[in-house]
Each structure stands twice: as structure tokens, then as C-alpha cells.
Design a protein around this ligand. Structure first.
Ligand SMILES: *[C@@H]1O[C@H](CO)[C@@H](O)[C@H](O)[C@H]1NC(C)=O
Ligand SMILES: *[C@@H]1O[C@H](CO)[C@@H](O)[C@H](O)[C@H]1NC(C)=O
Length: 389
């Protein structure tokens, strides 16, 4: 029995990080007015995250969607400097939708490593090659006009590109993952991606699970069902929850209603009961930055350290663990590309309206951002995913 050194190295890296149940938020490259975030913007975010009153732990990790400073070709994102200054752990992201290579992402990250050295690399806890690309690429994503994604073959190619480019780099040993919506993982057509990664990132939004009784009181059950399906598909690989949350304001979505009270209930029943300090968790979100999403997910206003609701965890919960094995009727998968792009990465392209048609246009290396119209959120998920489970 022979292991290559890289296999052993990645196994060790996974082992090391698996023990640390990071708490963090997601952070895109741009603000709500689509302007670039600079170092001061990221620093303000990271300080607020760490200073949140009543938080059930220290939110001193962040998940990024791109290595590239917004609107630049391949300059390192200034979040890196802010992370160094605030000692924030970084889950790196590579933007992989609607692109045929990740060269600029690789260049930006290599520049950061040579510029900042171990001050930076010591904070890096992993990297996700892509974010919801397979969801956008799926029949559900296409139906929902979630925007241009990418194929499993392309994602595997990018994973290999990253590993080759960083083989002799200090970041060569970080655990490599891919983030996607939960229904992507049991899909056998995506297995090559699962096989290529060290850890699985899952984005889960019971709020968007229309047709499944997505009222707030059922949110914990819907979360558990999707989470369990992901764990079952994961084949023993660690599962990190890379996005989850409930909006405090915005329109209803089937039975789901945004409100501060419901956002608090979701925080308790999903975050406190199931995730915080139990598994690496990146909550959605500290700050809203997707101008096209009318649902607002921020847990605080204007980066105040006084949150919208009491973040302290209760000791008892409503969600009955046994009911999570009851498969909800109806369909799978949230119907949106809502969080991924605009909340997130680099340069803005596209023109809103019919989101699926808008991926071209000015695309810089920092990843194309889709503007998603309300129409993007409409539509229903396909039936039959449960048949795969
Ligand atoms: C399964 O994954 C493939 C490849 O990503 C995708 O084309 C297909 O639509 C997915 N199937 C479902 C039911 O989502
Ligand atoms: C916040 O919630 C916790 C747990 O339920 C409770 O003990 C605490 O008193 C609450 N704090 C405030 C300010 O309401």
C-alpha cells in the first residue's frame, strides 16, 4: 500500500483543520453599490464580526469568494491585509463560474503569498475551488436562470490546476474543497468533484425551499434533512457549512417570512442547535452586498457590534431531531443563485433582467458577477432529487 506524499499531506491538513470549528461570515469583493471593498472595508467587517455582542463564540474567520481585488486584473484582494491585521482565519475562494481558466485567481494568490509570507499563509484554513457552479449548471439552476455555472469536469480541472500551481508553495498543503448547494452532492454526475476534494462545503437555505413547508417552525427540519443528505453523500469527508441564514427583511417566499424574529429563531434552531462550535460554519451574513436581492440577511445594521437580535444561544430548542429523517414532500434545492455571485466576487458584469443571458460583458479576472433579477428567484426546483438519496 503506497500513499503519495501529497495524499498524506492533504490528509494531515484535513485532520488539522477538522478539529477547529471555525465561526465566520461570508464576504464578497464588492459593496451593495457594486463598488470595490478596500482594506478598510474588510477591516471594519472583521472587527465587527469579532466584537459582536452576545455571540456564541468568536467570529474570527471569513469565507471569501475570490482572491482578486475587485475590478483589478490579478491584484490580491485587500481582505488579506485586513485579515492579517485582525488575525482573522481565511477560507479562500476561487471564482469558477463562467470562466475557462483560473489563471488570474492563481496569480493573485501567488502574489499574496510572496508579499505577505507566513503572516498570511498561517491564517489560511482552506480553499474552495468554485461556489455554487454546479448548482447553476444543473437543470434546477438553468430553470431558475441562476446564471452561468460550470461543469463537474471544469471544476475538477481547476482543482488540478490549483494543486499543480501550488505544489511547491506554502499553500500547497491546505485542504481543497468545493462549495455548492446541498442537492449537488448526492448527484452522481458530480462525483468526480467529490472525489477530487478534501472537504465539502454546503450552502443551505430552508427559506428558499418552496413547496416543502418552509415556514420558520419547519426550518430546522428542512436544514437537517439537507445536511444529513450531504453528510451521507460525503463519504466520510468533512462537511463545512459555508452559507446559511434567514432574512430579516424582504418578501415572503412561499411559507417563509423574513423578520428579525424569524432570523433569530433560525439562528437558534440551526446555528445554536446544530452548527456553532460543532462544525466549521460561515453564516450568511454580517453585511448585505447583493443589491439585486430584496431579501436582506445581515445580522446587524451598518456593522454595529450590537446585532439585530440576541445572538446568545438558548439551552433548549424546538426542532425535534428525530423528525429530520422524515423526508419532506415536494422538491429539493433552493431556487436561487441569490447569494453566490453578487453578494460576492469581483467585477460586475451583466445587466440584470434575464440573468442567464448576462454573463458576458466586461469580465475582469476577479470573477464575473451576475446581477440577478427577481425573475431569477422565481421558479421551482425539480422533483426527483430524493430518488437519488
Ligand atoms: C446532476 O449534475 C449534472 C452535472 O453537474 C447536472 O447537469 C444535472 O442537471 C444534475 N441533476 C440534477 C437533478 O440536478
Ligand atoms: C439573550 O438570550 C439569552 C439566552 O436565551 C438570555 O440568557 C439573555 O438574557 C438574553 N439577553 C438579553 C439582553 O436579552
Amino acid at each position: 500500500m503506497r500513499f503519495t506524499s501529497s495524499l498524506v499531506a492533504s490528509a494531515l491538513a484535513v485532520g488539522a483543520s477538522a478539529g477547529n470549528n471555525y465561526l465566520g461570515f461570508n464576504s464578497g469583493a464588492t459593496l451593495a453599490d457594486r463598488s470595490a471593498k478596500f482594506k478598510a472595508d474588510f477591516t471594519a467587517e472583521f472587527k465587527t464580526a469579532q466584537g459582536l455582542k452576545g455571540a456564541p463564540g468568536k467570529f474570527n474567520a471569513v469565507r471569501l469568494y475570490t482572491n482578486i481585488q475587485a475590478y483589478s486584473q490579478d491584484d490580491p484582494i485587500q481582505a488579506f491585509e485586513a485579515a492579517i491585521d485582525t488575525q482573522t482565519s481565511v477560507l479562500l475562494g476561487v471564482w469558477a463560474s463562467g470562466v475557462d481558466n483560473i489563471d488570474n485567481e492563481i496569480n493573485a494568490l501567488k502574489k499574496a503569498v510572496s508579499q505577505y509570507g507566513t503572516k498570511f499563509t498561517d491564517l489560511v484554513i482552506g480553499i474552495s475551488i468554485g461556489s455554487e457552479d454546479l448548482y447553476r449548471n444543473s437543470v434546477t439552476g438553468v430553470k431558475n436562470k441562476a446564471g452561468v455555472g460550470n461543469s463537474p469536469e471544469a471544476i475538477v480541472g481547476f482543482i488540478n490546476n490549483f494543486k499543480t500551481a501550488f505544489a511547491d508553495n506554502p499553500l500547497g498543503k491546505i485542504p481543497v474543497g468545493h462549495v455548492d448547494t446541498w442537492d449537488v452532492w448526492p448527484n452522481a454526475t458530480n462525483k468526480a468533484v467529490l472525489d477530487a476534494i478534501d472537504w465539502i462545503g454546503v450552502d443551505e437555505y430552508p427559506y428558499y425551499e418552496n413547496g416543502k413547508g418552509n415556514n420558520i417552525k419547519n426550518a430546522g427540519n428542512l436544514f437537517d434533512h439537507a445536511y444529513d443528505a450531504t453528510i451521507a453523500a460525503a463519504n466520510g469527508k468533512p462537511v463545512w457549512v459555508t452559507e446559511t441564514g434567514w432574512p430579516a427583511t424582504g418578501p415572503d417566499w412561499d411559507q417563509a417570512q423574513p423578520s428579525v424574529e424569524n432570523a433569530k429563531y433560525y439562528w437558534d434552531e440551526v446555528g445554536c442547535r446544530k452548527l456553532f462550535n460543532k462544525t466549521p460554519t460561515f453564516w450568511y451574513n454580517l453585511r448585505d452586498s447583493n443589491p439585486d436581492n430584496t431579501m436582506k440577511f445581515a445580522v446587524t445594521k451598518d456593522l454595529s457590534t450590537t446585532p439585530l437580535f440576541n445572538l446568545t444561544c438558548p439551552t433548549t430548542f424546538d426542532t425535534n431531531p428525530s423528525s429530520s429523517s422524515d423526508k419532506p414532500s415536494g422538491t429539493a434545492s433552493r431556487p436561487t443563485g441569490v447569494t453566490a455571485a453578487t453578494a460576492t466576487s469581483g467585477s460586475v458584469s451583466g445587466t440584470g433582467g434575464s440573468a442567464a443571458a448576462t454573463t458576458t460583458g466586461s469580465r475582469s479576472g476577479s470573477g464575473t458577477v451576475q446581477k440577478l433579477s427577481a425573475a431569477s428567484y422565481a421558479g421551482v426546483a425539480i422533483a426527483g432529487v430524493y430518488a437519488l438519496l
